[in-house]
Design a binder for this molecule. Structure first.
Ligand code: ZN
Length: 309
């Protein structure tokens, strides 16, 4: 049941596409030739522009590929189609006949046709503000952002010094100041974490709860988004982590964080995609333009970011 709920939510991002291509399902079975690229070009993207890559279809003329199956053609219509995954798309679609072609390409690109922490790819763009680290993608062990800056004391509540990448820190400070003006007190409880720090943290959790449970709430080393320097675990004056979801500050974050480039990454809807329990306190910087798209369309962040990775 959870999967269905999550799916429905994650599919909101596809709704524009589905609505504007209501004949999509039939097109699998009809002969897709020269009209293929045309039917997708009418797609309206999230913000009404052609900028968005999820709905920004390839304009390649598929007529040149004469022997390709209709089903494969429907996957190839997406700019983020990967030819080396063609067989995987077909297999995943057959196991999930209700998924649209866009869902299939997105989820297979994410790795969801495999178990978590299998078929792991090394991340090649760790410095991108759109980098995606998750249970299928690992950061280089020695990766440390070059532009980490100390979070000033007034924005931090932790037993240790906390660091963020400069762009994320500037945005965080702006957001905290705006929250303060609304009577909200938001602080960082955790931010950048090195690979080695994550080793200690994760091992401690495994020791106390066992690996299966630890994996539902803590990343294995190299897979933690905290290593990107773009993530903050936030808190208010007296509530952190599990307590944060019940605060007025959390409601403020839901309403406003995207205006500063942040999104709450781990939601209940996204659990089946991320493999993590919801974390109201864990916010990720992706920049204002992208954060607004993710929030307005109620997307699971991983499904949005995979197209850039
Ligand atoms: Zn976190």
């Amino acid at each position: 049941m959870k999967k269905n709920i999550l799916r429905n939510a994650s599919i909101l991002f596809l709704s524009v596409f589905v609505t504007s291509c209501s004949n999509n399902q039939e097109s699998y079975n009809s002969s897709i030739t020269s009209t293929n690229s045309m039917q997708y070009n009418n797609t309206t993207s999230f913000d009404g522009t052609s900028q968005n890559a999820i709905t920004n279809q390839s304009t390649n003329d598929n007529t040149s590929i004469g022997n390709v199956s209709d089903e494969l053609s429907s996957f190839m219509a997406f700019s983020f189609f990967k030819s080396e995954k063609a067989d995987d798309y077909i297999e995943y679609q057959s196991k999930n006949p209700d998924f649209t072609a866009e869902e299939v390409v997105t989820y297979v690109n994410l790795g969801l046709n495999h178990d978590f922490y299998t078929n792991i790819e090394e991340i090649e763009n760790p410095d991108s503000t759109l980098v995606l680290s998750n249970k299928y993608r690992i950061l280089p062990k020695d990766y440390e952002p070059a532009d980490l800056e100390l979070i000033p004391e007034k924005y931090s509540k932790s037993w240790r010094d906390l660091y963020l990448r400069k762009e994320a820190l500037d945005a965080f400070i702006k957001m905290c100041d705006a929250a303060k003006a609304d009577g909200m007190n938001i602080y960082a409880a955790s931010a950048y974490r090195s690979y080695d720090y994550q080793v200690t943290l994760y091992n401690n959790y495994v020791e106390s709860d066992g690996q299966e449970e630890a994996d539902t709430y803590s990343s294995r080393p190299g897979h933690s988004e905290h290593q990107t320097g773009l993530v903050i675990d936030i808190r208010n004056e007296d509530k952190d982590y599990d307590g944060f979801g019940s605060t007025a500050e959390y409601q403020w974050i839901l309403k406003n964080a995207h205006k500063y480039g942040f999104v709450v990454h781990y939601t209940e809807e996204g659990e089946w995609i991320t493999g993590f329990m919801k974390e109201e306190w864990h916010i990720r910087y992706i920049g204002i333009e992208h954060a607004e798209k993710v929030v307005e369309n109620n997307l699971v962040l991983d499904a949005y970011l995979i197209q850039f990775n």
